[in-house]
Write a protein that binds this ligand. Structure first.
Ligand SMILES: Cc1cc2nc3c(=O)[nH]c(=O)nc-3n(C[C@H](O)[C@H](O)[C@H](O)COP(=O)(O)OP(=O)(O)OC[C@H]3O[C@@H](n4cnc5c(N)ncnc54)[C@H](O)[C@@H]3O)c2cc1C
Ligand code: FES
Ligand code: FES
Length: 486
């Protein structure tokens, strides 16, 4: 961020386009040329724009393209639509059963809010060597489906990354899906990551997919993140495993070979030497986990009824010029509100400045503190990274909406008072909105569930013990009421 950067706003102006189909998106990319950028969840692109590292003349949102977020079987393979979110993949039971390395990668991914907004297409489209889904998907043999003016093409995912921040995408092409082949019988996979704090990108990550036949390894794919210019495989280490009985010697040797095969650098997150040691230890552990899991998915159903679901309805395309404002309708806290918004207005600023809903706070402005958490269609998102025009037509709940019209506080707010779960109160609206979403998703969470779900909400003065206690007590109170049929 340069000295004058203000993460409160997106300074530059850009046209906002919302195609209704992939074909329209490609056409818009062709019309607007190299200065157009595709927007999915915005957890990377909007941060880059705020930091003035990216200045697109047009932002083409994939948000309204029907079906692009679908996770379903297509032609015998599992297809992850490019707009499938990290959270949707984490919770998907078929992925849990057949591709546990991908579940591991999604679980370890940043915060609940970033998982809810971030997509698989955006994670790969970034071209980052640290993208968490990349090593898991490469180990699992994924292909990326690319659509452009010439139609569709597929590439093995390991060939998609061409350098730091660089991919094989040609002009006017987008990722439309990631394709996972059905795992072989006896397959097992795992992913491990080391980062500075839980909600951070990887210092190093490792993914492993093994195929087990009795006591022998008959298939092995190893892939790594943050240890080279691109996510990468380790073919020598894979060869050291193939055809061998699974033993301490073989595993230790494969881990050592992998640690020599990677190409780490020293940077702000770690040193090259640490990364080599981390990879050695992670490969050793990941191989054991994958071996234990081998074959567990064999009996699980591959096809499910949901695969036959009809295509959802299309909405019409929308375009807003860079110097235009459009009157958009938002449903905030159950009420319809019309506001004027330009493409570069953020939901956070519209809520605070136009609707005077100042409960939602501006902390970091770049996705790292979660003080700005609101619910969008029931899911916790970061209002500092949502374009207001993209929120049109969605239901938004802010902390003001927790209270009943007669002023009665929500039971969660009462629990926060009872347990002294706030001091200055700055983080509290974001904490409440996240906790509220958790309790709807999981009415009886364990303490670990609460801590994991709320790991992105930073509090600098209360401390987390009383916050967690308040959330747990609210959940327990609900349980007691339900048990008593009240
Ligand atoms: C606080 C914070 C923590 C983070 N932690 C992690 C982490 O732990 N692990 C991790 O891997 N990442 C992390 N990230 C990075 C980011 O959240 C992920 O890369 C996310 O998956 C990006 O998805 P998105 O949909 O938000 O992408 P966007 O921001 O919408 O787009 C990202 C890039 O991909 C392009 N793009 C998007 N969709 C497509 C498509 N379908 N076809 C072609 N190009 C496309 C965009 O043009 C843009 O260049 C973090 C980000 C933040 C702000
Ligand atoms: S202000 Fe949005 S995450 Fe910090
Ligand atoms: S109560 Fe002060 S930052 Fe959390």
């Amino acid at each position: 961020m340069n000295e004058t950067t203000n993460s409160h706003i997106v300074v530059q102006r850009f046209a906002y386009l919302e195609p209704a189909s992939v074909a329209e998106a490609i056409q818009m990319l062709q019309e607007h040329g190299p200065r157009a950028k595709v927007l999915a969840g915005g957890t990377d692109l909007i941060v880059q724009m705020k930091m003035e590292r990216s200045a697109p003349a047009a932002v083409i949102s994939l948000g309204k393209i029907a079906g692009l977020d679908r996770i379903a079987i297509r032609d015998g393979h599992l297809s992850l639509g490019a707009r499938a979110t990290i959270r949707a993949m984490e919770l998907n039971e078929r992925i849990q059963a057949h591709f546990p390395a991908l579940t591991d990668a999604c679980v370890s991914f940043s915060t609940t809010q970033v998982q809810t907004m971030g997509t698989v297409g955006g994670n790969l489209g970034n071209g980052s060597p640290a993208a968490d889904t990349a090593p898991a998907l490469i180990a699992l043999g994924a292909h990326v489906e690319i659509t452009g003016p010439e139609g569709k093409r597929r590439l093995p995912l390991e060939d998609f990354f061409t350098g730091p921040g660089k991919t094989a995408l040609q002009r006017s092409e987008i990722i439309t899906a990631v394709i996972l082949p059905k795992p072989a019988e006896g397959a097992g996979s795992s992913f491990l990551k080391i980062s500075r704090v839980a909600a951070d990108i990887a210092k190093a990550s490792a993914a492993v997919c093994l195929v087990r036949d009795g006591d022998r390894v008959t298939g092995a794919r190893l892939a790594f993140g943050s240890v080279g210019p691109t996510p990468m495989r380790a073919p020598k280490a894979e060869r050291a495993l193939l055809g061998q009985p699974f033993s301490e010697d073989v595993v230790t040797q494969a881990a050592r070979i992998a640690s020599e095969e990677i190409l780490p650098i020293s940077d702000v997150r770690s040193t090259a030497a640490y990364r080599r040691e981390a990879v050695r230890a992670m490969v050793y552990d990941a191989l054991h986990v994958a071996w234990r899991r081998a074959g567990l998915g064999d009996g699980e159903p591959w096809l499910q009824e949901a695969d036959e679901a009809a295509e959802p309805a299309r909405s019409p395309a929308r375009c807003i010029g860079a110097d235009e404002k459009q009157r958009i309708e938002l449903k905030v806290n159950g009420k319809k509100c019309a506001v004027w918004a330009a493409p570069n207005d953020l939901l956070l600023n519209v809520l605070r400045d136009q609707l005077q809903l100042t409960g939602t706070k501006y902390g970091c402005g770049i996705g790292e503190c979660s003080a700005c958490t609101v619910q969008l269609d029931g899911a916790p998102v970061l209002a500092c990274l949502v374009l207001a025009v993209a929120a049109a037509g969605h239901e938004i709940l802010t902390v003001e909406g927790l209270q009943k019209p007669d002023g009665e506080l929500d039971p969660l707010q009462e629990a926060f008072i009872d347990h002294a779960a706030y001091q200055c109160g700055f983080c509290t609206p974001g904490v409440l909105m996240t906790a509220k979403a958790l309790l709807v998703e999981n009415p009886a969470p364990t303490e670990d569930d609460v801590r994991h779900y709320m790991r992105g909400n930073i509090c600098r003065c209360t401390g987390y013990v009383s916050i967690v206690r308040a959330v747990m007590s609210c959940a327990e109170e609900k349980e007691t009421l339900n048990a008593g049929g009240i």
